[in-house]
Design a protein around this ligand. Structure first.
Ligand SMILES: [Zn+2]
Ligand SMILES: [Zn+2]
Length: 422
């Protein structure tokens, strides 16, 4: 396996220029979530060219390629997303977006190129490869309800034992990779509360029902959800980002509107926050003779990394040439629909540092000048190869052990899985 891994890594390095070419082509031709046509066609053609079994239009616009290795082993899925954002590209580079108002401002072009590079390297060594590798190229990550769920419903995880995915990070140093056991990305929900009272003269308040005062009471009361309703050891954020009401100094307006976000990890905490928020808004309004209408919109579920699968990745990534440090990341707040895959099968999502070398070129994700260090794609691809072989090796040696001694059964992958899902 060691020799195979060495050859795979050398192969990925040899493919670096090709990955950059693919990435720049996708960068010039970005497509919005749920509107992808050219990108999935290119991916499917590329995978077919490698001799993989390819399914197009999975769950809508997704592509799934399957590579069967020549040796027995587990089935490992790798996922990359390929959609772009409604942002106008303001970078001055020759690979800048050619589509006005649409841009790859999150690095999904890089995820796609890195996964295609991984597929090409692995396909070259298929005879020596244990198990099966499933390449999940997902559409529409940026826009809820997202592409992950329809692709899962359409069978992209059928027969899959484990899944890994990776996000390039423009604000994390190049050369580092980041892992985390347990929750790594939050559930991100949005709410709007419209308080309707009765407008009137600012000097005659008793003839009005003032939505500003009632809205303020709601805003303050909502803060007790995080401070008094939830276990202090569990994370919850309830923030109001906008409060709009009125437009004249001597007029009490008819209505007020509050908009905000709820971020959480634990599903029970999330349910409680949603129910309590609705209850507080409606009852505070009712007690003041006003009416509050709440619109609560759920974003993606929080992303959970399974501990055992994360440890395998963490150890495998440490031995990748070009990786300086494997760092435990704190959880981050943006949502990510990779969460739905790890609800179905064990798996882990990691970050690859992809910060630009020149400090004036460093921009966050979803910025009009976003870019990343393209050498990070080879780090991700080599990381995937290492994880695949480490996972196969671990389960092969466990299988051997369990045939030798029945006592080893209690450490079988099945019991590890049960524990993680409980
Ligand atoms: Zn994004
Ligand atoms: Zn992204």
């Amino acid at each position: 396996m060691k020799q195979l891994l060495k050859e795979l890594h050398a192969q990925v390095e040899a493919l670096e220029t090709e990955m950059i070419t693919i990435r720049r082509d996708l960068h010039r031709h970005p497509e919005l979530s749920f509107e992808e046509v050219r990108t999935p066609a290119m991916i499917a053609d590329f995978l077919e060219g490698l001799g993989l079994e390819v399914r197009r239009n999975v769950g809508g616009r997704g592509v799934v390629g399957t590579l069967k290795g020549g040796k027995p082993g587990k089935t490992i899925a790798l996922r990359a997303d390929f959609d772009a954002l409604p942002i106008h590209d303001e970078k001055e580079v020759e690979y800048r977006s050619t589509v006005p108002g649409v841009m790859h401002a999150c690095g999904h072009d890089g995820h796609t190129a890195a996964l295609l590079g991984t597929a090409k390297a692995l396909a070259k060594y298929r005879d020596q490869l244990p198990g099966t590798i499933v390449f999940i190229h997902q559409f529409a990550e940026e826009l809820a309800p997202g592409g992950a769920r329809p692709m899962i419903e359409d069978g992209c995880l059928d027969g899959v034992d484990v899944i890994y995915g990776c996000h390039l990070q423009s604000t994390m140093p190049f050369g580092n990779v980041y892992y985390r056991e347990g929750y790594i990305q939050a559930a991100a929900d949005k709410f709007t509360i419209k308080v309707t009272g009765k407008g009137g003269h600012g000097a005659i308040p008793h003839e009005t029902v003032d939505p500003i005062i009632i809205g303020s009471q709601i805003a303050l009361n909502l803060q007790t959800i995080a401070s008094r309703r939830v276990d202090p050891l569990k994370q919850l954020v309830v923030s109001i980002g906008a409060f709009h009401a009125g437009d004249a100094f001597n007029v009490i307006p008819e209505s007020a509107e509050l908009t905000g976000t709820v971020r959480s990890y634990d599903p029970q905490v999330r349910d409680m926050a949603e129910q309590t928020l609705i209850k507080i808004a409606t009852t505070v309004a009712e007690a003041n003779d006003a009416v509050a209408k709440v619109h609560y919109e759920r974003g993606y579920d929080a992303l959970y990394n399974h501990p055992e699968e994360t440890r395998i990745a963490q150890q495998a990534l440490a031995n990748v040439d070009g990786v300086q440090e494997v760092v435990e990341t704190p959880p981050v707040m943006p949502g990510e629909d990779f969460s739905y895959y790890t609800q179905k099968v064990p798996g882990s999502f990691f970050f690859t540092g992809a910060q630009m070398q020149n400090p004036s070129d460093i921009y966050p994700h979803h910025n009009a000048r976003f870019d990343f260090d393209e050498r990070a794609m080879a780090i991700s691809a080599k990381g995937f190869c290492s994880i695949i072989l480490a996972y196969q090796q671990k389960y092969m040696s466990e299988a051997e052990e369990s045939t030798r001694s029945p006592a080893a059964d209690q450490y079988s992958p099945a019991s590890v899985k049960d524990e993680q899902f409980s």
